[in-house]
Design a protein around this ligand. Structure first.
Ligand code: PMP
Length: 395
């Protein structure tokens, strides 16, 4: 990376938090602001129609990117967190009553826990937890048992890839099992969409959420995918703007999908930039991305394992780990390691990674986390390892 920090070349290994943006994404935003900026959907004038075309073409790009059946199943949101809040609120309102159950995994991000707790609190629902194994994988036996035992289960919520452990969960089989019990599944795709092809027809999940900024797109825009037959039955989330058909003081009727869920002026600059990012990723291709990131992850794991007193979480031998590695080094607080690496120009993340229940399960209050993107290099892994060795010597 050309950027330097503290006079050192920046080694950016915090991609699970957010990715850096390719030039085409930034330029798409600048170009639209300069040349095509007008509010979408409402204007008959040239610019408004152009901006609307770009916005709706972006929905089509997302639809194709995740292989949804219909572009009306693509709802634009501010990101994964808002997508899950929308779903928890609307699904809870439509389909859940006091005593009903929600299943979430022990490795969920807070964004896939707290929205469910909020609706659970309001409606008297119960949250049950799918445990993980010591290897950092979903305990599938326990999951199936929970499915068998939970008579009032209404939805399963699971992350596709853990933002702490890098574990890729077997969501396709989890969906199959849940569907055998007549239960829909939400997949949190925040950490899978940047790394490998996700396919709604193949996964057959009922809902899928992801964020633009983690896949080289802009901040403030994300997606909630939902099967049409579910979305049709959900009430609106917020009111105002394009989500109505007709409004009177006596009665308001709501717009068709997807607009029913998109109140107010959408982030049309963001959606166009997101589509540009998805096109960028598609042009490189997931075969190339996956191979490169796998090489980096394997190399980093191999090098990290040579460091004294290191504990790496998840990533069992022969396991299915993605481009995220969490670890601790005995005798060095994760925050100290992160701060000292930063001084060497190495950006990694420390703390609980918005997964406090998982930290509890791992028996730690935080970890150091490195996470890769398509632009990282083997030399950057070498810098990380050299940096860790240098810091370790100081303790
Ligand atoms: N789920 C997972 C698995 C994540 O990694 C993140 C981001 N760290 C989120 C949800 C929340 O994403 P956002 O902040 O973009 O809404």
């Amino acid at each position: 990376m050309a950027r330097t920090v503290y006079d050192k070349p920046l080694v950016y290994l915090d991609n699970a938090a957010t990715t850096q943006k390719p030039r085409c994404v930034v330029e798409a935003m600048v170009d639209e602001y300069y040349n095509v900026n007008a509010n979408v959907h409402r204007g008959v004038h040239f610019l408004s129609q152009k901006a609307t075309d770009l916005h709706e073409a972006s929905r089509e790009t997302v639809k194709q990117f995740i292989n949804a059946e219909n572009s009306s199943e693509i709802l634009f949101t501010r990101g994964t967190t808002e997508s899950i809040n929308l779903l928890a609120y609307c699904f809870g309102e439509a389909f859940m009553e006091a005593g009903d159950e929600i299943l979430v995994s022990e490795m969920e991000h807070h964004s896939d826990i707290v929205p469910w707790q909020l609706i659970a609190e309001r409606k008297g629902l119960k949250i049950k937890v799918i445990p993980i194994t010591d290897n950092g994988e979903i305990d599938i036996k326990a999951y199936n048992k929970l499915l068998d035992e939970s008579e009032r289960l209404k939805i399963v919520c699971v992350t596709h890839v853990s933002n702490v452990l890098g574990t890729v969960n077997p969501v396709k089989t989890m969906v199959e099992s849940a569907h055998r019990h007549g239960v829909p599944v939400l997949v949190d795709g925040a950490q899978s969409t940047p790394h490998f092809k996700v396919d709604m027809q193949e996964l057959d999940c009922d809902f899928f959420a992801f964020s633009g900024h983690k896949i080289y797109g802009p901040t403030g825009v994300g997606v909630l995918y939902g099967k049409e037959r579910w979305l049709d039955k959900l009430p609106p989330y917020q009111g105002g703007g394009e989500m109505i058909k007709r409004v009177s003081f006596e009665k308001t009727t709501f717009n068709d999908l997807p607009y029913k869920f998109e109140a107010g002026t959408p982030d049309y600059i963001g959606t166009h930039a997101l589509a540009t990012a998805l096109d960028y990723v598609s042009a490189i291709g997931f075969d190339t991305i996956k191979a490169h990131e796998l090489m980096l992850t394997d190399y980093a794991l191999q090098q990290l394992r040579t460091i004294d007193n290191i504990q790496i979480y998840g990533h069992p031998e022969g396991g299915n780990g993605d481009a995220v590695i969490s670890f601790n080094i005995k005798g060095i607080h994760h925050l100290d390691l992160g701060t000292l690496l930063d001084r060497l120009g190495i950006a990694i993340r420390t703390g609980h990674h918005c997964a406090e229940p998982l930290m509890h399960r791992l028996g730690t209050e935080g970890t150091v986390r490195v996470s890769f993107a398509l632009y990282n290099t083997k030399e950057e892994v070498d810098s990380l390892i050299a940096g860790i060795r240098r810091v370790a010597k100081m303790f």
